[in-house]
Design a protein around this ligand. Sequence first.
Ligand code: SAM
Length: 279
Amino acid sequence: MMDIENDPVALLPPLRDVIAAHDLAARKSLGQNFLLDLNLTRKIARAAKPFAAPTVIEIGPGPGGLTRALLLEGAEKVIAVERDERCLAALQDLQQAAGKRLTLHPGDALETAPADLAPPPWAIVANLPYNIATPLILGWLLAPVPPRRITVLVQKEVAERLAAKPGSDAYGRLSVIAGWCAEVRMLFDIGPKAFVPAPKVTSTVVELVPRDKPLAEAETAKLERITAAAFGQRRKMLRAALKSLWPDAEAKLQSLGIEPTRRAETLSIEEFCALARLL
Ligand code: SAM
Protein backbone atom coordinates (compact mmCIF):
# COMPACT_ATOMS: atom_id res chain seq x y z
CA MET A 1 0.00 0.00 0.00
CA MET A 2 1.20 3.50 -0.88
CA ASP A 3 1.81 6.11 1.87
CA ILE A 4 -1.43 7.99 2.24
CA GLU A 5 0.27 11.42 1.77
CA ASN A 6 1.65 10.25 -1.58
CA ASP A 7 -1.57 8.64 -2.74
CA PRO A 8 -3.01 10.70 -5.63
CA VAL A 9 -6.47 10.03 -4.16
CA ALA A 10 -5.53 12.11 -1.08
CA LEU A 11 -4.57 15.05 -3.30
CA LEU A 12 -7.93 15.41 -5.03
CA PRO A 13 -9.95 18.61 -4.47
CA PRO A 14 -12.48 18.69 -1.62
CA LEU A 15 -15.80 17.00 -2.33
CA ARG A 16 -17.64 20.32 -2.03
CA ASP A 17 -15.64 21.61 -5.01
CA VAL A 18 -16.41 18.45 -7.00
CA ILE A 19 -20.12 18.87 -6.28
CA ALA A 20 -20.02 22.56 -7.27
CA ALA A 21 -17.99 21.94 -10.44
CA HIS A 22 -20.42 19.27 -11.62
CA ASP A 23 -23.56 20.98 -10.41
CA LEU A 24 -24.50 17.86 -8.44
CA ALA A 25 -27.73 19.02 -6.83
CA ALA A 26 -28.92 16.02 -4.82
CA ARG A 27 -31.89 14.10 -6.23
CA LYS A 28 -34.34 12.74 -3.71
CA SER A 29 -35.62 10.11 -6.14
CA LEU A 30 -32.13 8.58 -6.12
CA GLY A 31 -31.82 8.67 -2.33
CA GLN A 32 -28.95 11.15 -2.61
CA ASN A 33 -27.66 12.30 0.77
CA PHE A 34 -23.94 12.84 0.37
CA LEU A 35 -21.22 12.53 3.01
CA LEU A 36 -18.57 15.21 2.48
CA ASP A 37 -16.45 14.75 5.61
CA LEU A 38 -13.58 12.43 4.75
CA ASN A 39 -12.91 11.73 8.43
CA LEU A 40 -16.38 10.26 8.63
CA THR A 41 -16.18 8.26 5.41
CA ARG A 42 -12.84 6.90 6.57
CA LYS A 43 -14.44 5.88 9.85
CA ILE A 44 -17.03 3.88 7.86
CA ALA A 45 -14.30 2.34 5.68
CA ARG A 46 -12.29 1.42 8.78
CA ALA A 47 -15.38 -0.26 10.27
CA ALA A 48 -15.28 -2.63 7.29
CA LYS A 49 -11.63 -3.54 7.91
CA PRO A 50 -9.93 -5.87 7.56
CA PHE A 51 -11.74 -6.02 4.23
CA ALA A 52 -13.38 -9.42 4.02
CA ALA A 53 -12.34 -9.85 0.38
CA PRO A 54 -9.91 -8.24 -2.08
CA THR A 55 -12.86 -6.98 -4.14
CA VAL A 56 -14.92 -4.32 -2.39
CA ILE A 57 -18.22 -3.46 -4.06
CA GLU A 58 -19.68 -0.03 -3.34
CA ILE A 59 -23.24 0.85 -4.31
CA GLY A 60 -23.86 4.50 -5.16
CA PRO A 61 -20.48 6.27 -4.92
CA GLY A 62 -22.14 9.64 -5.61
CA PRO A 63 -19.36 12.28 -5.61
CA GLY A 64 -16.96 9.66 -4.20
CA GLY A 65 -16.48 10.39 -0.48
CA LEU A 66 -16.70 6.78 0.66
CA THR A 67 -14.93 5.57 -2.49
CA ARG A 68 -11.94 7.76 -1.67
CA ALA A 69 -11.99 6.48 1.90
CA LEU A 70 -12.05 2.84 0.82
CA LEU A 71 -9.05 3.43 -1.44
CA LEU A 72 -7.16 5.38 1.22
CA GLU A 73 -7.86 2.63 3.73
CA GLY A 74 -6.15 0.17 1.42
CA ALA A 75 -8.91 -1.63 -0.48
CA GLU A 76 -7.14 -3.57 -3.23
CA LYS A 77 -9.95 -3.25 -5.76
CA VAL A 78 -13.15 -1.17 -5.55
CA ILE A 79 -16.03 -1.66 -7.98
CA ALA A 80 -18.57 1.15 -7.65
CA VAL A 81 -22.07 0.83 -9.14
CA GLU A 82 -23.78 4.16 -9.86
CA ARG A 83 -26.85 4.95 -11.94
CA ASP A 84 -26.62 8.76 -11.94
CA GLU A 85 -24.61 9.87 -14.97
CA ARG A 86 -23.83 13.21 -13.34
CA CYS A 87 -22.06 11.36 -10.52
CA LEU A 88 -20.18 9.17 -12.99
CA ALA A 89 -18.87 12.33 -14.68
CA ALA A 90 -17.90 13.80 -11.31
CA LEU A 91 -15.97 10.61 -10.48
CA GLN A 92 -13.64 10.81 -13.47
CA ASP A 93 -10.81 12.57 -11.58
CA LEU A 94 -11.01 9.96 -8.84
CA GLN A 95 -10.91 7.26 -11.51
CA GLN A 96 -7.72 8.83 -12.93
CA ALA A 97 -6.13 9.07 -9.50
CA ALA A 98 -7.03 5.51 -8.49
CA GLY A 99 -6.15 3.84 -11.81
CA LYS A 100 -6.84 0.11 -11.93
CA ARG A 101 -7.85 -0.04 -8.26
CA LEU A 102 -11.21 1.52 -9.13
CA THR A 103 -13.80 0.35 -11.65
CA LEU A 104 -16.90 2.48 -12.18
CA HIS A 105 -19.90 0.43 -13.23
CA PRO A 106 -22.78 2.47 -14.66
CA GLY A 107 -26.14 0.88 -13.92
CA ASP A 108 -28.90 0.01 -11.50
CA ALA A 109 -27.70 -1.86 -8.42
CA LEU A 110 -31.08 -3.61 -8.15
CA GLU A 111 -30.36 -5.24 -11.49
CA THR A 112 -26.67 -5.88 -10.92
CA ALA A 113 -25.65 -8.87 -8.81
CA PRO A 114 -22.14 -8.94 -7.37
CA ALA A 115 -21.49 -11.97 -9.59
CA ASP A 116 -22.11 -9.74 -12.64
CA LEU A 117 -19.20 -7.53 -11.53
CA ALA A 118 -16.41 -9.87 -10.45
CA PRO A 119 -15.84 -13.44 -9.32
CA PRO A 120 -16.42 -14.05 -5.57
CA PRO A 121 -15.46 -13.38 -2.85
CA TRP A 122 -16.69 -9.83 -2.31
CA ALA A 123 -17.13 -7.41 0.56
CA ILE A 124 -19.86 -4.79 0.20
CA VAL A 125 -19.39 -1.35 1.73
CA ALA A 126 -21.84 1.47 0.97
CA ASN A 127 -23.88 4.43 2.06
CA LEU A 128 -27.01 2.95 0.53
CA PRO A 129 -29.78 4.87 -1.23
CA TYR A 130 -32.36 4.52 1.55
CA ASN A 131 -35.30 3.85 -0.73
CA ILE A 132 -33.77 0.58 -1.99
CA ALA A 133 -31.63 -0.48 0.98
CA THR A 134 -33.88 -3.34 2.12
CA PRO A 135 -34.30 -5.10 -1.26
CA LEU A 136 -30.58 -4.74 -1.93
CA ILE A 137 -29.59 -6.29 1.41
CA LEU A 138 -32.11 -9.14 1.10
CA GLY A 139 -30.98 -9.82 -2.48
CA TRP A 140 -27.36 -10.15 -1.33
CA LEU A 141 -28.20 -12.32 1.70
CA LEU A 142 -30.42 -14.72 -0.24
CA ALA A 143 -28.13 -15.07 -3.28
CA PRO A 144 -26.61 -18.51 -3.97
CA VAL A 145 -23.19 -17.01 -3.14
CA PRO A 146 -23.57 -14.14 -0.67
CA PRO A 147 -20.89 -11.51 -0.03
CA ARG A 148 -18.41 -12.33 2.77
CA ARG A 149 -19.44 -9.24 4.69
CA ILE A 150 -21.82 -6.32 4.18
CA THR A 151 -21.06 -3.03 5.95
CA VAL A 152 -23.65 -0.42 5.06
CA LEU A 153 -25.14 2.83 6.22
CA VAL A 154 -28.94 2.67 6.40
CA GLN A 155 -31.73 4.47 8.24
CA LYS A 156 -31.44 3.68 11.94
CA GLU A 157 -34.93 2.19 11.92
CA VAL A 158 -33.92 -0.29 9.20
CA ALA A 159 -30.73 -1.20 11.10
CA GLU A 160 -32.82 -1.83 14.21
CA ARG A 161 -35.19 -4.07 12.29
CA LEU A 162 -32.31 -6.00 10.72
CA ALA A 163 -30.65 -6.60 14.09
CA ALA A 164 -33.77 -7.05 16.26
CA LYS A 165 -34.16 -10.04 18.57
CA PRO A 166 -37.45 -11.74 19.56
CA GLY A 167 -39.50 -9.79 22.07
CA SER A 168 -38.49 -6.35 20.82
CA ASP A 169 -40.76 -3.88 19.01
CA ALA A 170 -38.49 -3.83 15.96
CA TYR A 171 -38.55 -7.64 15.54
CA GLY A 172 -40.37 -8.56 12.35
CA ARG A 173 -40.09 -10.22 8.95
CA LEU A 174 -36.83 -8.48 8.09
CA SER A 175 -35.23 -9.51 11.42
CA VAL A 176 -36.16 -13.16 10.89
CA ILE A 177 -34.85 -13.38 7.33
CA ALA A 178 -31.68 -11.38 8.10
CA GLY A 179 -30.95 -13.27 11.32
CA TRP A 180 -31.64 -16.57 9.58
CA CYS A 181 -28.88 -15.98 7.01
CA ALA A 182 -26.47 -13.63 8.77
CA GLU A 183 -25.05 -12.36 12.02
CA VAL A 184 -26.13 -8.75 12.28
CA ARG A 185 -24.53 -5.99 14.37
CA MET A 186 -25.28 -2.29 14.63
CA LEU A 187 -21.92 -0.46 14.68
CA PHE A 188 -22.51 3.30 15.14
CA ASP A 189 -24.95 6.10 14.40
CA ILE A 190 -24.46 9.09 12.13
CA GLY A 191 -26.66 12.13 12.71
CA PRO A 192 -28.54 13.97 9.94
CA LYS A 193 -26.17 16.97 9.95
CA ALA A 194 -23.34 14.90 8.51
CA PHE A 195 -25.18 14.65 5.17
CA VAL A 196 -25.81 17.07 2.33
CA PRO A 197 -28.72 17.52 2.18
CA ALA A 198 -29.58 16.49 5.76
CA PRO A 199 -32.17 13.71 5.93
CA LYS A 200 -34.90 13.81 8.60
CA VAL A 201 -33.68 10.68 10.36
CA THR A 202 -30.58 9.27 12.05
CA SER A 203 -28.53 6.72 10.15
CA THR A 204 -26.63 3.68 11.40
CA VAL A 205 -23.73 1.67 10.07
CA VAL A 206 -24.77 -1.97 10.24
CA GLU A 207 -22.67 -5.07 9.61
CA LEU A 208 -24.07 -8.34 8.25
CA VAL A 209 -21.86 -11.40 8.10
CA PRO A 210 -23.60 -14.16 6.12
CA ARG A 211 -23.55 -17.51 7.89
CA ASP A 212 -21.91 -20.56 6.28
CA LYS A 213 -25.36 -22.13 6.40
CA PRO A 214 -28.70 -20.72 7.58
CA LEU A 215 -29.55 -20.90 11.28
CA ALA A 216 -32.09 -23.72 10.70
CA GLU A 217 -33.46 -25.66 7.76
CA ALA A 218 -36.25 -23.96 5.78
CA GLU A 219 -37.13 -22.93 2.25
CA THR A 220 -36.86 -19.19 1.74
CA ALA A 221 -40.28 -18.82 0.07
CA LYS A 222 -42.00 -20.76 2.86
CA LEU A 223 -40.23 -18.83 5.59
CA GLU A 224 -41.34 -15.62 3.85
CA ARG A 225 -44.95 -16.88 3.74
CA ILE A 226 -44.98 -17.81 7.41
CA THR A 227 -43.44 -14.53 8.57
CA ALA A 228 -45.76 -12.51 6.29
CA ALA A 229 -48.81 -14.20 7.80
CA ALA A 230 -47.56 -14.08 11.40
CA PHE A 231 -46.37 -10.46 11.39
CA GLY A 232 -49.16 -9.30 9.06
CA GLN A 233 -51.36 -9.50 12.17
CA ARG A 234 -48.70 -9.12 14.84
CA ARG A 235 -51.15 -8.15 17.60
CA LYS A 236 -53.12 -11.36 17.13
CA MET A 237 -52.36 -14.70 18.73
CA LEU A 238 -50.62 -17.08 16.34
CA ARG A 239 -53.60 -19.46 16.22
CA ALA A 240 -55.59 -16.61 14.61
CA ALA A 241 -52.79 -14.99 12.58
CA LEU A 242 -51.89 -18.29 10.88
CA LYS A 243 -55.50 -19.26 10.02
CA SER A 244 -54.96 -17.98 6.46
CA LEU A 245 -52.33 -20.70 6.00
CA TRP A 246 -53.92 -23.51 8.00
CA PRO A 247 -57.56 -23.78 9.10
CA ASP A 248 -56.21 -26.02 11.91
CA ALA A 249 -53.44 -23.59 12.87
CA GLU A 250 -53.89 -24.34 16.57
CA ALA A 251 -53.16 -28.05 16.07
CA LYS A 252 -50.15 -27.31 13.84
CA LEU A 253 -48.68 -25.02 16.50
CA GLN A 254 -49.29 -27.58 19.22
CA SER A 255 -47.62 -30.31 17.16
CA LEU A 256 -44.43 -28.23 17.37
CA GLY A 257 -44.82 -27.46 21.06
CA ILE A 258 -45.58 -23.79 20.31
CA GLU A 259 -48.27 -22.34 22.58
CA PRO A 260 -51.05 -21.17 20.14
CA THR A 261 -51.73 -18.07 22.25
CA ARG A 262 -48.24 -16.66 21.65
CA ARG A 263 -47.73 -13.73 19.29
CA ALA A 264 -45.36 -13.55 16.30
CA GLU A 265 -42.90 -11.23 18.01
CA THR A 266 -42.11 -13.90 20.66
CA LEU A 267 -41.11 -16.64 18.21
CA SER A 268 -37.44 -17.45 17.67
CA ILE A 269 -36.03 -17.79 14.16
CA GLU A 270 -35.72 -21.55 14.72
CA GLU A 271 -39.45 -21.72 15.60
CA PHE A 272 -40.35 -19.83 12.42
CA CYS A 273 -38.23 -22.30 10.46
CA ALA A 274 -40.02 -25.25 12.09
CA LEU A 275 -43.36 -23.74 11.03
CA ALA A 276 -42.04 -23.16 7.50
CA ARG A 277 -41.08 -26.85 7.30
CA LEU A 278 -44.72 -27.80 8.03
CA LEU A 279 -46.02 -25.79 5.06
N1 SAM B 1 -21.63 7.18 -1.44
C1 SAM B 1 -22.03 8.58 -1.52
C2 SAM B 1 -21.79 9.24 -0.19
O1 SAM B 1 -21.65 8.52 0.80
O2 SAM B 1 -21.76 10.47 -0.16
C3 SAM B 1 -23.47 8.74 -1.97
C4 SAM B 1 -24.48 7.98 -1.13
S1 SAM B 1 -26.16 8.39 -1.55
C5 SAM B 1 -26.95 7.99 -0.02
C6 SAM B 1 -26.75 7.07 -2.59
C7 SAM B 1 -26.10 6.95 -3.95
O3 SAM B 1 -26.69 5.84 -4.64
C8 SAM B 1 -26.28 8.14 -4.87
O4 SAM B 1 -25.08 8.47 -5.47
C9 SAM B 1 -27.28 7.66 -5.93
O5 SAM B 1 -27.13 8.28 -7.19
C10 SAM B 1 -26.97 6.19 -5.99
N2 SAM B 1 -28.10 5.34 -6.42
C11 SAM B 1 -29.41 5.50 -6.17
N3 SAM B 1 -30.13 4.49 -6.68
C12 SAM B 1 -29.26 3.66 -7.28
C13 SAM B 1 -29.38 2.43 -7.98
N4 SAM B 1 -30.57 1.85 -8.18
N5 SAM B 1 -28.25 1.84 -8.47
C14 SAM B 1 -27.04 2.41 -8.27
N6 SAM B 1 -26.85 3.57 -7.61
C15 SAM B 1 -27.93 4.19 -7.11
